[in-house]
Design a protein around this ligand. Structure first.
Ligand code: PMT
Length: 407
């Protein structure tokens, strides 16, 4: 017991919501619940109606020391089981075992039982431990659903390989309770080092294109959004190189910053670092044009108009997109009109895995402020997030990156 406490130290005092679905592996949920209770966590259990056929509510209520929740309301006294408050109570929602049926419903937003409505309203990290027969697990539909969930930030504890309830042997056995408990422990550990060993590049801030020693062309980017992403990646254990335009922001802990000024300098630094990286997040607002000739002396005022001839800069993101292979590439799109269409076209042209759209038409979004309102778009669809702090937006973006890099 003492060793379990030490092994899962991050769980002491935490609130874990355990979702159980109708699978033979439900018996392992009893052991999982006991491990968490021993580690000092509070556990509440929500079961699908079918799960009761596999493990009794009495067993789970005894082990969790809490009543079991199955229905939307108690038929005896009409008391409402609020999925919203369950989702708010939990520090982590772990669905173990998760059947192919429940994973499909989660992926498509079906809300026909308490376990699923709780998933849809949960604000905490969600973990699933799939359990099913090998062919069901390998089926393209299940794999697509898992991919969709991972993309949305759901963590997946991969099933093991071995003898299955059907008598067949292969991949589909739910992970062992100790493995799931350790996964949740790491997730809830202050450091959340879920990206340890991953190398990521983040570009941030505005580039500066000199006209002469005094003047330049630039934009309003403060670097806040990119710095928040770099900080969140580093907090989760990633090795982060932040390629930054000029800004007064402090370097987030654990992040290596490379200072650049112009789009050309940012190009060289970013392309150079990409070879050894696992991915890049292109948050910088990079100049698309730069003066063709930079005057070495201050340009003097004349009587008439003056014109500056501009040349195109190199597109850093497009270059990384062309050479990305299986590395991850996340882009941004700052738009003022026809937002989704422009973002979709950049997603394709630059070969991003997903793109973060922010529009200057949304109050509190875009440059300089501490908030942003974004839509995450990939080839499967788009997810519109409400107005949040840039830190929260960064956490949501990194959830998605984590889902894609740790699958
Ligand atoms: O820094 P803040 O004040 O916090 O503001 C944050 C932000 C508004 C700058 C940020 O959220 C954002 O939207 N960044 C991208 C802005 C932008 O220039 O988007 P774009 O649509 O022009 O470029 C599309 C993508 O290509 C971006 O990922 C951009 O980094 C990249 N790009 C563009 C041109 C170029 N030459 N090289 C590039 O890599």
């Amino acid at each position: 017991m003492a060793s379990e406490k030490a092994a899962y130290a991050a769980l002491a005092g935490r609130h874990i919501l355990l979702g159980i679905t109708g699978s033979i592996a439900a018996y392992k949920a009893a052991m999982l619940c006991r491990l968490w209770r021993t580690a000092g966590a509070e556990v509440q259990v929500v079961m699908t109606p079918l799960a009761k056929q596999f493990i009794t509510p009495l067993t789970m209520a005894t082990l969790s020391k809490n009543p079991i929740l199955v229905e939307f309301f108690n038929p005896e006294n009409g008391a409402w089981n609020s999925h919203v408050s369950l989702g708010e109570w939990a520090d982590c929602y772990v669905i173990a075992p998760a059947t192919a049926n429940t994973l499909a419903k989660m992926a498509t937003g079906v809300a026909d039982n308490l376990l699923l409505t709780t998933y849809l309203s949960a604000r905490c990290p969600v973990v699933v431990a799939p359990a099913m027969d090998l062919d069901m697990y390998a089926h393209e539909a299940t794999q697509q659903n898992l991919h969709t969930l991972a993309r949305r930030g759901v963590r997946i504890v991969e099933p093991g390989t071995g003898e299955l309830a059907s008598g067949l042997s292969g991949k589909g056995r739910m992970a062992e309770p100790e493995e799931i408990a350790a996964f949740v422990n790491e997730l809830l550990d202050g450091g959340r080092k879920t990206l340890a060993g991953k190398r990521l590049i983040v570009t941030a801030g505005a580039t500066i294109e000199a006209i002469d020693p005094v003047r330049f062309i630039s934009n309003h980017s403060s670097g806040k959004m990119g710095y928040a992403i770099a900080g969140e990646l580093a907090a989760r254990g990633a090795e982060v190189t932040l390629i930054s335009g000029r800004t007064a922001l402090p370097v987030p802990p654990g992040v290596k910053r490379v200072d650049v000024l112009s789009a050309d300098e940012m190009y060289e630094a970013t392309v150079g670092a990409f070879d050894t990286a696992d991915g890049a997040v292109m948050c910088a607002a990079v100049a698309d044009y730069t003066p063709e000739n930079v005057s070495q002396t201050k340009i003097k005022k004349g009587d008439g108009e003056m014109y500056i001839r501009l040349r195109r800069t190199r597109d850093i993101a497009a270059e990384l997109g062309a050479r990305k292979g299986n590395r991850l590439l996340v882009g941004f799109a700052l738009e003022t009109d026809d937002e989704e269409a422009h973002a979709q076209s950049k997603l394709e042209k630059k070969n991003f895995d997903f793109i973060v759209l922010n529009s200057l038409r949304d109050a509190g979004a875009g440059f300089r402020g501490d908030t942003n309102k974004v839509t995450l778009i990939d080839r499967a669809g788009s997810e519109e997030l409400p107005l949040m702090s840039k830190r929260e937006v960064a956490a949501r973006i990194v959830d998605r990156i984590e889902g894609l890099l740790t699958r």
